[in-house]
Design a protein around this ligand. Structure first.
Ligand SMILES: [Zn+2]
Length: 134
């Protein structure tokens, strides 16, 4: 878990927003940024975001519910959300663990994900459970 990135201290309730600001999320991050990683599955390799984890109760949509678009593919288990105006991925409900959201670390207020340092890569291609959309 990461409690500070560069000069930015991660608040227990930290805001995240898409690029245009239409969508604002409030994240419960009492333990900071938990389990940040990249993933090489078919969708993550395209979006390239660093993704961290929160329980489903850990995301509240403060603003822009109507701007959020849902994208699903394959087994239609995972739910990938993005802003329909600026196209930025904000969060997704996982297929590998439907009790969790992954969220885009780059959307956190004041956080430059490139300051986190080394981030592990999840092997989304060869996972035994075929979780190619997790
Ligand atoms: Zn937007």
């Amino acid at each position: 878990m990461i409690k500070q990135v560069g000069m930015t201290v991660i608040n227990p309730k930290h805001l995240a927003r898409c690029h245009c600001g239409a969508v604002v999320l409030e994240l419960d991050l009492p333990d900071g940024i938990v389990d940040p990683r990249r993933c090489d599955c078919s969708i993550c390799r395209r979006k390239g975001a660093i993704v961290a984890s929160v329980p489903l109760s850990g995301i509240k949509i403060i603003k822009g519910q109507e701007a959020l678009k849902l994208y699903q593919f394959n087994t239609l288990t995972a739910k990938h959300y993005f802003c329909s105006i600026c196209g930025i991925y904000t969060h997704h409900q996982r297929r590998s663990n439907p009790n969790q959201y992954g969220y885009n670390v780059g959307c956190l207020d004041g956080v430059n994900p490139f300051e986190i340092g080394h981030v592990p890569t999840n092997d989304g291609v060869n996972h035994p459970a075929d979780r190619d959309d997790s």
